[in-house]
Design a protein around this ligand. Structure first.
Ligand code: ADP
Ligand code: MG
Length: 324
């Protein structure tokens, strides 16, 4: 199958309206897409690249890879509280394997449909397997959840349970089998659910927000640096995954409960939201948690003294995933 036929066959079907007035004047097929920003809104846009051997292992299920390529981008829209609108897909492939393409496109399409985001263009080239997706969403002017908006006295929250995706990555790296213990971890790693509903619900309630993708401590530190504040964490409040001694060989950190907690604070692939909100919003946040059926845990407070400390004031060193 030739390049243009390939685009038409696998990707053009994702270019269809999923909501009324989605602002697409012209989608796939011309030199540019033509787009209309919803009146009174600003656009939120973000891009992420997934490279084989760096972000995913060779042989990764194509459908899951398609899903995840879009999910990690939607997670960025969620972190700002934005409504998904459009995305572009630039893909480099070593060959035009029809089955791989069909599964990949299907994985992308399923999540695109579920989250109401429309494919409006892209680029297709031959090369080492690399997927770049750019997403654009919208939100009313001046309400975005920014990293620089944390205030002294804010509570710090995290959604879901940290560490599951990191455990999934260890399972893959050690080539362990999928079973009833490891499946939830692998699903979290490979099918992370972008917290779009949470992000939108937090507009007007939370101050700062970030999606946790490279380790909770490191991502929280981005909020602290941008907001020029510090944090005190009560880590005993934080739920950790059910720990099985049988998996302690996966990492030297996993030998005891304390090590597991530390692992969960620093591993990547959570795609949960970390946000800050004034204590006056505790009831609203409890309601959001109940409405969404999503655990929202208060794990600390914002303080004026820079750095991150635990409940008894001991400095916590920040580390997480970095490419360079
Ligand atoms: P140009 O030659 O102007 O760069 P291309 O030949 O790269 O255009 O692409 C033709 C059309 O197909 C464009 O509208 C482009 O956005 C779209 N397109 C190319 N690759 C993809 C893809 N992987 N997914 C979605 N749309 C694509
Ligand atoms: Mg091109």
């Amino acid at each position: 199958m030739k390049e243009f036929e390939l685009i038409r066959h696998y990707f053009q079907p994702l270019d269809n309206p999923l909501k009324s007035n989605d602002g697409v004047v012209l989608g796939i097929g011309d030199d540019c897409a033509l787009l209309q920003c919803p009146p009174g809104h600003v656009l939120a846009t973000s891009i992420d690249t997934l490279v084989e051997n760096t972000h995913f292992l060779p042989g990764t299920d194509a459908r899951r890879l398609g899903y995840k390529s879009l999910a990690v981008n939607l997670s960025d829209l969620a972190a700002m509280g934005a409504e998904p609108l459009w995305f572009m897909l630039a893909i480099a492939l070593p060959n035009n394997d029809a089955r791989w393409l069909a599964e990949f496109a299907d994985g992308v399409a399923g999540l695109a449909r579920d989250s109401g985001i429309r494919l409006i263009g892209g680029d297709t080239t031959r090369g080492p397997r690399t997927i770049t997706i750019q997403v654009t969403g919208s939100l009313p002017s001046d309400v975005a959840l920014r990293r620089d908006a944390a205030q002294v006295g804010d509570d710090i929250y995290i959604s879901g349970t940290l560490g599951l995706g990191g455990l999934g990555l260890l399972v893959r790296q050690h080539g362990l089998d999928e079973d009833e213990n490891t499946r939830p971890w692998l699903d979290k790693l490979e099918l992370p659910q972008p917290q779009l509903a949470l992000g939108k619900a937090l507009l007007g309630i939370a101050h700062a927000c970030i999606d946790v993708s490279d380790g909770f401590l490191q991502d929280l530190a981005h909020i602290l640096t941008a907001s020029q504040v510090g944090a005190r964490l009560d880590l005993e409040n934080m739920t950790v995954p059910v720990w099985e001694k049988a998996f302690s060989h996966l990492s030297p950190q996993l030998v005891n409960a304390r090590g597991l907690r530390d692992f969960c604070l620093r591993c990547g692939d959570d795609y949960e939201l970390c946000f800050t909100a004034p204590p006056t919003q505790r009831e609203s946040i409890a309601k959001i948690s109940a409405d969404l059926g999503l655990r929202l845990t208060r794990v600390g407070v914002i303080e004026s003294v820079h750095g991150i400390r635990d409940a008894d004031g001991t400095e916590i060193t920040v580390s997480g995933f970095q490419h360079f």
